[in-house]
Design a protein around this ligand. Sequence first.
Ligand code: COA
Ligand code: AMP
Length: 624
Amino acid sequence: MDYNSEFRKSIDKPEEFWREKAGSIDWIQPPEAIWQATDNGHGKWFPDATLNTSDVALDANVRAGRGDQKALIYDSPVTGTKCSYTYTELTNEVARFAGALKARGINKGDVVIIYMPMIPEAAIAMLGCARIGAVHSVVFGGFAAHELAVRIDDAQPKAVITASCGIEVAKVIEYKPLVDKAIEQASHKPDFCVVYQRPQVKALMQDGRDYDWSDLMANAELADPVPVKATDPLYVLYTSGTTGKPKGVVRDNGGHAVALKYSMKLVYDANPGDVFWAASDVGWVVGHSYIVYAPLFAGCTTVLYEGKPVRTPDAGAFWRVVQEHGVNLLFTAPTAFRAVRKEDPEADHLSRYDINSLRQIFLAGERLDPPTYEWLKEHTQLPILDHWWQTETGWAICCNPVGIETMATKPGSATVPSPGYNVQVVDPRGSQVPAGEQGQIAVKLPLPPGCLVTVWGDDQRFQDSYLNPIPGFYSSGDGGFIDDDGYVFVMGRTDDVINVAGHRLSTGEMEEVVASHPAIAECCVVGAHDDMKGQVPLGLVLIKDGATIDHDELEEELVEMVRDKIGAIACFRRALVVERLPKTRSGKILRRVIRQIADGEEYAVPSTIDDPAILEEISEQFRH
Ligand code: COA
Ligand code: AMP
């Protein structure tokens, strides 16, 4: 089938289309009904089916004869460890961990927070939850205790699973004290914690609340997969929105399995037995979808890498992993290759390795800048494929559909809408804008399977954030255009979300932290351009009348506060003291113009500005 007919069928006959795709999943009770609409234009996929996600990912592969094939390869340059699990071994580990959770009272529907570094136990914990129908919520290890506390209060977990430490290049980061602090700060108290003790650090345990991973595993029985409804939640993954409170994106079991399995062929052209490596972290959606679930649904071998593209030990790290494990498909964020290119501009390291196994390189998470695209293309001579998606969608909204038809690439474009996504560029009233003209990128409802079903515990926020802004559409928060050939160009967020080294962060959240400093009267945080990380946050602050504080000292304090409250991952390193902030006459801060000034771009003075002289003042400050 060619792309056009596949795409048309998905839009014109969605139920027939997804019924066919659903046929590739090992259901417990296969779906009769495919789609059940709800009043808001959203709805439920496969409402009468049952399955178990861990069964689809693991046991189904053993049944299909892949028991002895490697399911997961762990490669950790930061600890000098490598190991692998076959499908049979991983199934047993997961079943045992699921049994351990069950023995401690975790049942279907209970929430479990996972705050772990990139070790196999993180994936085992996720799949273990799925096996007994518990809902996992993985929190990225780079977030500070306060962020973890916010998520504990929102998700109300019965248990927290963690490890004694994470390892960042040469730095050991103790996780357990962060978990203890977060539980202390949170109003909700989980019943218990499970701690995986790593050799680098021995975590202190709290009697009666904390259990050692190894002790629980030693005494656990293997748990069978529990049937859950396709519409039951599999996980909650928090992502940054425009306010300080992160949004808990809820993913179901059935739509997720069908969509991700389909995406492995469509987007990545992956086949059973392929070695698939998503160089990301299980704390992000890329890690959920393409380190843990999708490669296993598709019978591939997934690589779980605990290291960086550079400094572990050098800019040849990615090429080494490709050679050593025979990686066929590599997926990461452009920032990773910008870091490699910065340290190894001529790709000298690449010549030390044989990367012949590699068929294509996939990039997402932020805009793929043409220089990075060209550098990768020139040095690897491989297809470099950009694709666009979000935590909310869980899989590519736009891609080069290489599994069915390879389309010509256009640098700067994520290519075409994936089947199932009726992507349109619209004005604020929801009217389509002409080809080539910029607007909001929106997806006409219904969304395909695999996308978020709601915001955890807050249907109204789901409605307000995604469905109400443009009636009849899912509002993506990204702006861009579609050209005459139907190629989609994603130009960036139209809200206060920024992308720092492929990590999605909220400037609103940073503003809340900065504003809580006693000397600050008002502030704003924008995402300024950064050659390596894409964007980095930049604060503009106004000091309260009468407050006397040295500006450098203030900046240091603010940097420390953001680090302490949000985490080092925010990369908040600059706060500039200004006399006034540019605002509209109605009092709205002109963030876009501030960002343009910070980046040294041309800017138009908005007609709504209260006092245009402020822009010149700020430009002058940036020049100094
Ligand atoms: N646990 C604890 N701290 C973490 C962490 C984790 N899992 N991940 C990052 N941090 C810390 C880092 O140690 C660093 O701390 P520092 O300020 O004390 O040095 C800070 O957070 C910023 O980290 P990072 O953004 O990773 O910057 P970096 O300079 O260490 O590395 C890159 C830059 C580009 C190499 C790195 O960001 C990278 O590999 N990015 C790949 C993109 C990616 O994985 N994106 C995920 C979505 S696809
Ligand atoms: P996240 O939810 O962390 O995956 O971040 C999603 C956001 O990253 C999107 O809304 C975009 O702003 C950005 N993004 C992801 N992939 C791309 C891409 N291929 N091109 C441009 N922006 C992207």
